[in-house]
Design a protein around this ligand. Structure first.
Ligand SMILES: NC(=O)c1ccc[n+]([C@@H]2O[C@H](COP(=O)([O-])OP(=O)(O)OC[C@H]3O[C@@H](n4cnc5c(N)ncnc54)[C@H](O)[C@@H]3O)[C@@H](O)[C@H]2O)c1
Length: 340
């Protein structure tokens, strides 16, 4: 049995607990949130211990892994404590909020003997795995460019919420675009330079909202154009369009991939049909979609903690995605290209 602890019993803490409850060899041992009622509520739902401090949580017997789902600015503290306790760590993306914290975590985790994984959930989605296979098989030929369009049209956060404070969450760049920056890094190689313009979640606006337009150049020659927004009214969606010399592949918000071959023929690919259905077990709770990236991420994490060799994104991937995000922020602030 793999025994988990969760720090941060908000939206993602609850989501991970729900997924774990549907995995046969996973057990939630304890929960800690700075708001005691949240610890109690989540712990009660999953028959776990409600702890009154992070130290108490990490002192639970036979823990295998701490899941860090605190706000971004508080990740580093929890990751460091879990390192001291010498247990596995799963940290939600982004790795942390600042370069200093990122450097400290990189130094701490590079030689870490236990598992460290970061929550780049898209890497666990069938459509993304299939897209990576197609890129590796050179189906699209040499890749020329990639467009990422990531608007969130129902941004409701208000001042006082950490999600509306740029210094705490890093706005659309660090919070939302982090996923697609990671995919660009995974697909296209080493980023060479970054240019960006962003509202940086401007708190002077009557209702804080965000917008970023950025270009990242890769050493492979691929040009990536990434846009993301948090808007009060407007469309939501996601689209990653990868243009190669032999075809164009689109990963969007649906489960299907869209592929245009060299002759312009359109093909819809159903990646889920190519993978075995995941096993759902345990006491189970509502709202768990076994085919979702989130469930598959929890399954892979549990299998990796049980000793299976699985390529989970770790500290290097987390650090590299953050590096590009922080460069977008720097470029937006200085108006200059940031070269690596
Ligand atoms: N992978 C994804 O798709 C995805 C989606 C949403 C959020 N996230 C990430 O997950 C993290 C959490 O986001 P969320 O939406 O769950 O936030 P949230 O605000 O809903 O939950 C955070 C919880 O942490 C608690 N908390 C705050 N400081 C704490 C501390 N020092 N110690 C213990 N508990 C503390 C809060 O009381 C709250 O209950 C963020 O880093 C966010 O970027 C990832």
């Amino acid at each position: 049995m793999i025994r988990y602890a969760i720090v941060g019993a908000g939206r993602m803490g609850n989501a991970h607990a729900n997924n774990l409850s549907c995995i046969e060899n996973a057990q939630l041992a304890g929960v800690y949130d700075i708001l005691p009622e949240r610890s109690r509520e989540l712990a009660q739902k999953h028959n776990a211990a409600a702890c009154s401090s992070l130290d108490e949580l990490l002192a639970l017997p036979n823990l295998d892994c701490l899941i860090v789902t605190t706000p971004t600015y508080a990740h580093a503290e929890a990751v460091q404590a879990a390192c001291q306790a010498n247990i596995g760590i799963f940290c939600e993306k982004p790795l942390c909020r600042t370069q200093d914290d990122a450097d400290r975590l990189l130094a701490l985790l590079e030689g870490y003997q236990k598992l460290f994984a970061v929550g780049f959930v898209r890497r666990h989605m069938y459509k993304v795995i299939k897209a990576k296979q197609m890129l590796d098989a050179n189906t699209l030929g040499r890749i020329l460019y990639c467009n990422v369009d990531l608007p969130h049209g129902k941004y409701k956060r208000m001042p006082g919420d950490w999600f509306a404070d740029f210094e705490l969450c890093g706005g659309a760049i660090l919070d939302m675009l982090a996923h697609h920056v990671d995919l660009c890094n995974w697909f296209f190689g080493q980023p060479v330079n970054v240019y960006a313009s962003s509202l940086l979640l401007d708190s002077k606006l009557p209702l804080p909202a965000d917008y970023v337009a950025s270009i990242v150049n890769y050493d492979s020659g691929v040009i990536c154009n990434l846009m993301s927004s948090w808007q009060r009214v407007g469309r939501s969606g996601e689209m990653m369009e990868i243009q190669g010399e032999k075809g164009t592949l689109i990963i969007d918000g649906t489960d299907l991939l869209t592929y245009y071959d060299q002759q312009g023929n359109l093909q819809k690919i159903d990646p889920a049909a190519e993978f075995p259905a995941p096993k759902v077990a345990g006491h189970g709770v509502d709202n768990v979609n076994a085919a979702s990236g989130f469930f598959r991420q929890s399954l892979s994490l549990t299998s990796a903690l049980a000793g299976e060799k699985l390529p989970l994104p770790g500290i290097k991937e987390a650090y590299d995605s953050l590096k590009v995000g922080l460069a977008m922020i720097e470029s937006s602030q200085t108006g200059k290209v940031v070269a690596f």
